[in-house]
Design a protein around this ligand. Structure first.
Ligand code: AMP
Length: 274
């Protein structure tokens, strides 16, 4: 690597539209993260990308910024003949991740109101989403299961219009059992589109998907020295009844079975333990 490529490339020196730059500033993102600095210029060039990046790396921004830019470019060149269509798809392993990704996309498209519309097909039931898809949003975000279902029911047709496919956390998508849905979706896409895969690990499943979806991709393996390697992580799972949770967590701390600083992830803070 030469010195030139190590120089920090700020957002405003990338080929990013003013409206997106404004949204980035509003989010308080001052410097791009490593994956953004390396990934955004490649994606703006139209390259396919495989990015090894965990949650926390800034990967959502890394694929969302070029996706919005691409749609702004297409719509900006419109001489009146352009028809509204679904041009971007982001596949996520869970509805919760789809919701979070939609939030980031909406924040980045905040200054593009009336130009870019994003629909999360994750949370709402299939029939509630159907009319939203009829309006042909520019970007749809959701799980492979939901998208496959909408394609089957002919609520959405991507076979001509799709320009960019993003498969986020591909390893999780496989471990959540979405393989058949992914295959079905791929069979219903146009022959050429830009594709992005993100994955924390490169499992055999991801390798296969890479061969299936990506065309001559750039592979970004970014070292993240601040994060522990997965070999340093130990995971346990307890299957518990509601009431047992309190006893368990009390015991874990009282008996000092968990040492050092602790972060507890919960779905709601309405039920306080302490
Ligand atoms: P992600 O890895 O995409 O899930 O992002 C992790 C967190 O980093 C999110 O809370 C983002 O809002 C935040 N983030 C992403 N990019 C930047 C940036 N360039 N500067 C500061 N924070 C960022």
């Amino acid at each position: 690597e030469n010195e030139e490529s190590k120089k920090n490339l700020p957002f405003h020196e990338m080929e990013i539209d003013e409206r997106i730059l404004k949204a980035i500033a509003k989010l308080g993102w001052i410097q791009p993260t490593l994956i953004q600095e390396r990934g955004i210029p490649l994606l703006l060039e139209g390259k396919d990308l495989l990015a090894r990046g965990r949650t926390g790396s800034g990967k959502t921004g890394a694929f969302s910024i070029p996706l919005i830019q691409r749609i702004l470019d297409i719509k900006g060149k419109n001489d009146g003949s352009l028809t509204q269509a679904v041009r971007g798809v982001v596949l996520c392993p869970s509805r919760e991740l789809a919701r979070q990704t939609t939030q980031v996309l909406n924040a980045l498209a905040n200054s593009c109101v009336g130009i870019i519309r994003i629909v999360d097909i994750g949370a709402k039931d299939v029939s509630a989403v159907k009319p939203l898809l009829k309006d042909l949003p520019d970007i749809i975000v959701g799980t492979p299961g939901r998208l496959a279902q909408h394609i089957k029911e002919k609520n959405v047709d991507l076979s001509v219009s799709l320009e960019v496919l993003i498969i986020d956390e591909a390893d999780l998508i496989f471990s959540f059992g979405f393989e058949a849905d992914i295959r079905y979706i791929l069979e219903n896409l146009p022959p050429i589109y830009q594709a992005v895969l993100t994955s924390a690990t490169l499992s055999d499943d991801v390798e296969r998907l890479k061969k299936l979806v990506l065309n001559n991709p750039v592979i970004l393996k970014l070292s993240e020295p601040d994060l522990p390697d997965s070999s340093q992580l130990t995971q346990y799972m307890f299957k518990l009844e509601e009431e047992e949770k309190y006893v368990l967590i009390y015991a874990l701390f009282k008996l000092q079975l968990v040492r050092g600083r602790t972060i507890i992830f919960v779905s709601t803070d309405r039920k306080s333990v302490v």
